[in-house]
Design a protein around this ligand. Structure first.
Ligand code: GLY
Ligand code: MN
Ligand code: MN
Length: 429
């Protein structure tokens, strides 16, 4: 851990201390216990799926796979970390990293599943439903406090932005390895393995299941398989894959044209890179993210027209839902300790900010402010299910050209951007 990152983390923890103290006093609480959560074994089995620690726990403690552990915060006192560390000869016992942040906590290594004693007016946050003995005297997951804590998380500290930048650097190495594997004619599974090796991580540690889609699989938004054998023809590759660093997530997508793609597809990939770059310029304090999402649709209309896929006007492409059939997801979302981070659909005062009716998949509807980190991920896909209703209309779509592109599946280009007072800071190298 570099000295600079440690200093940033120290500032991050000091600010958390101050902000939590103020929030607890405001909510008349003497203490707050944050439960890490734990994985449950599969039914009738002793094996459990991969686990991710609760975000508010990771906001303090930079360990993404801690289970059965507690953090207790009291205003103006040192945070108490009750770390589950069973005496166990089946597994390597839990050990704390030799990093300076450890000194910021009073650490209690616990050989059993403990519930820390809570005094005075107390609240517990986390996945307490699975705890048989959650203290009945404490408030459980109080909504107004959680809203405030989520609001605290949507604006990142310098430490968090440094972590997100490093997660991006590591992920990009994986993307380069994936591209090289594609050039070498690998199939989806081998591209995935190349990505994991290049980004130096095991599959259970990824922040979300990597999407590695060849050909028409690139048009399945959250394609979830890895074909073992390479396909006979190679039209395209879409890789949406991330990396964690100290809990913080990268979420990056690249699309590549293959040797069997029509030239048009390569041109569309280039146009989508240009669109991503243009939209990144809009990631500034004061930007209404819904308006930026709408700008994406207008520019998608331009791209469809410029490449002769649509022979009407931009206004018609947007108004008649043509661009939405080509891109059914939102422009982006908040990014942090969760890939789809908290508080994207809320106003700063905690009231709901739902997406507009015509854009139900938009995960961020807020006005951007300095310190937020968002993804910008315009897409253009050839999804038979969404295009089918348009075929029944007389809309001026160039179906012959579109059918020619169908085997390529689609395109998504995704970067991770921090909002600063000086404008966008693209964390993706
Ligand atoms: N990887 C999921 C997303 O881009 O939102
Ligand atoms: Mn993604
Ligand atoms: Mn994303």
């Amino acid at each position: 851990m570099s000295k600079q990152l440690y200093h940033l983390q120290q500032e991050h923890l000091s600010r958390l201390q101050r902000d939590y103290a103020a929030l607890l006093e405001e909510h008349r609480l003497d203490c707050l216990a944050i439960y890490s959560g734990h994985a449950n074994a599969f039914f009738g089995d002793d094996q459990a799926p991969a686990f991710q620690t609760y975000g508010h726990f990771m906001h303090w403690v930079p360990l993404a796979d801690v289970q059965h552990s507690w953090l207790v915060i009291r205003p103006h006192q040192r945070p108490q970390l009750y770390l589950y560390a069973p005496a166990d000869f089946w597994h390597l016992p839990t050990r704390l990293p030799e990093e300076p942040w450890v000194d910021e906590f009073d650490i209690h290594l616990c050989s059993d599943h403990v519930s820390p004693a809570l005094d005075g007016h107390a609240a517990i946050i986390g996945d307490v439903a699975q705890l048989p003995n959650a203290s009945l005297k404490a408030q459980l997951n109080p909504a107004t406090l959680l809203n405030r804590l989520d609001e605290r998380r949507i604006v990142k500290s310098d430490y968090e932005i440094a972590c997100l930048r490093e997660a991006n650097r590591l992920a990009i190495a994986g993307h380069e390895a994936a591209q090289a594997a594609f050039l070498g004619a690998s199939g989806e599974l081998d591209i995935q393995l190349a990505y994991l090796a290049g980004s130096r991580q095991r599959e259970s540690a990824v922040p979300y299941q990597n999407i590695i889609g060849l050909n028409d699989h690139a048009g399945v938004l959250h394609y979830q398989h890895y074909d073992i054998s390479p396909p006979r023809r190679r039209h395209s590759l879409l890789v949406d894959a991330g990396r964690r660093f100290r809990g913080y997530c990268a979420d990056i997508t690249r699309t590549h044209a293959g040797p069997d793609a029509p030239a048009l597809f390569g041109e569309l990939v280039g146009a989508m890179h240009g669109l991503k770059d243009e939209l990144v310029q809009g990631v500034t304090a004061g930007t209404d993210f819904i308006a930026l999402h709408e700008q994406m649709h207008q520019r998608l209309g331009d791209i469809l027209i410029a490449h002769d896929l649509f022979r009407g006007s931009r206004e018609q492409a947007v108004a008649e839902g043509v661009t939405r059939a080509f891109c059914p997801h939102g422009l982006g979302h908040s990014l942090g300790l969760q890939v789809h981070d908290v508080a994207g659909l809320r106003h700063p005062d905690g009231t709901a900010a739902p997406p507009p009716n015509e854009h139900p998949a938009l995960r961020l509807t807020r006005t951007l402010s300095s310190g937020m980190v968002v993804t910008i991920e315009p897409g253009l896909y050839f999804i038979p299910m969404l295009l089918a209703p348009l075929r029944e209309t007389s809309l001026p779509i160039n179906w012959a050209l579109l059918d020619y592109c169908m085997p390529c599946g689609g395109i998504r280009i995704e970067d991770n951007i921090a909002v600063t007072d000086q404008g966008p800071d693209n964390l993706t190298p």
